[in-house]
Design a protein around this ligand. Structure first.
Ligand code: PMP
Length: 404
């Protein structure tokens, strides 16, 4: 039995009030709240272990290094990667995608070569490729989205040609909640000999991910969206790909030997980790992944899917409601607009009722354009949300609607 009341006790912030109202936090797709266990593991490291990693012979440095490398093993297990050589620590999804665009682009793309992205991508997975477009003259090809918010898989297959070099798509839309058929996307790409990068920012918090069964070549996610700290994320890459990419940044830790004539680089994964890593955040991330694994990703998914279905049912009852994203496979994100009420007005007034939602374009302007809107209100759910909070949201929306 999933005991959400018990789970909530691990998140002190959920007990606070805003404007004298109990906080209803439904902005989880932007970032989630942190369990005590994560914060305590990080404090403990700062208080008792802190020392720079990888370089020191002294006791603390070795202990900090062990914690950092144990965290890498925890990430490996979480993703079911083959080896820790395939786990690169970055600052987050954004940096992971930029790393692939820059390094893969450098090694394997020339003017006129193409990357396939989709119309539902976060700006991180659009602009990174546009920077490469400006540098090298590559082209972006875009998988369209249908009216229900699903990728047009027939169109996807038609985008391939002899210039296609890589596919880069999101696992779950941060706006529509659509879960994309990643395994099929990978199979089609591989049939054309093309590797695939998956943006896992919105999947890793919600259900079990197995990079080997997905078959993807690269996978990116952010620590702060999966109950870990800010400032750390992960790039998974198949060893045979990471080995063939040039380094991303130069500096300490990523080298073998340095001279002014010739420098060699460290083995994987350190080749991609220039400078002092956030070794305390890696501990926090590992603790967060242990936390969700302890609850069970399947149990978390069942709980959140129940909340999502309940939210969709409750919201659909509201007059003037327009929900964006009606995919069959719908994860814990619901975007909507009500009548002519501006998303910003709705968000601001819900906030006064203690309900935190996100408003705006959600870093997905092309998708907004696709649906002919400027922005939406977005409620997104986490493992600690409750049906009572969905009721508060639905009642709040009705109250705000009556004011207009
Ligand atoms: N991709 C998706 C699908 C996202 O939802 C987000 C965060 N909103 C990102 C990428 C970027 O993540 P970060 O800001 O943590 O790098």
């Amino acid at each position: 039995m999933y005991d959400v009341a018990e789970v909530r006790k691990d998140f002190p912030i959920l007990g606070r009030e805003v404007y004298g109202k109990p906080l209803v936090y439904l902005d989880n797709a932007a970032t989630v709240q942190k369990p005590r266990q994560v914060v305590e593991a990080m404090s403990e490291e700062y208080y008792n272990v802190n020392a720079n990693v990888h370089r020191g012979v002294h006791f603390l440095s070795q202990q900090a290094t062990e914690l950092h490398e144990a965290a890498r093993e925890t990430v490996r297990r979480f993703l079911n990667a083959r080896s820790t050589a395939e786990i690169v620590f970055t600052r987050g999804t954004t940096e992971s995608i930029n790393l692939v665009a820059a390094c893969f682009g450098e090694a394997f793309m020339r003017e006129g070569d193409e990357v396939i992205v989709s119309e539902m991508e976060h700006h991180a997975n659009i602009v990174s490729w546009q920077l490469l477009q400006a540098r090298k003259g590559i082209r972006l090809r875009v998988i369209p989205v249908d009216d229900r918010g699903q990728l047009r898989m027939d169109e996807y297959e038609r985008l391939f040609n002899e210039r296609t070099r890589i596919v880069s798509v999101t696992h779950v839309s941060n706006v529509l909640g659509t879960v994309n058929p990643v395994r099929r996307i990978v199979d089609v790409a591989h049939a054309h000999g093309v590797p695939v990068l998956i943006d896992g920012a919105q999947s890793t918090p919600h259900f079990a991910v197995d990079v080997q069964s997905l078959g993807c070549d690269f996978f990116a996610f952010s620590g702060h969206k999966v109950y870990g700290p800010t400032g750390i994320g992960v790039l998974y890459g198949k060893e045979e790909w990471l080995d063939r990419l040039p380094p991303y940044m130069g500096g300490g830790e990523m080298i073998g030997h340095v001279s002014f004539e010739h420098t060699t680089f460290a083995d994987l994964p350190l080749k991609f980790e220039a400078g002092t890593p956030d070794y305390v955040a890696s501990t926090g991330l590992a603790r967060a992944l242990d936390y969700v694994s302890g609850l069970g990703m399947d149990a978390i998914q069942a709980h959140e899917r129940d909340l999502t279905r309940y939210a969709l049912d409750r919201l659909r009852e509201i007059p003037g409601m327009r929900i964006l994203g009606e995919a069959d496979d719908h994860d814990a994100v619901v975007s909507f607009l009500v009548g002519n009420i501006h998303h910003l007005d709705m968000g601001t007034l819900l906030d006064r009722l203690g309900i935190a939602v996100r408003t705006g374009h959600h870093c997905a302007e092309p998708l907004m354009r696709r649906f002919g809107v400027e922005g939406t209100v977005r409620a997104s759910f986490a493992l600690y949300n409750t049906r009572a909070e969905i009721d508060a949201l639905a009642d709040g929306i009705v109250r705000v609607s009556r004011m207009f």
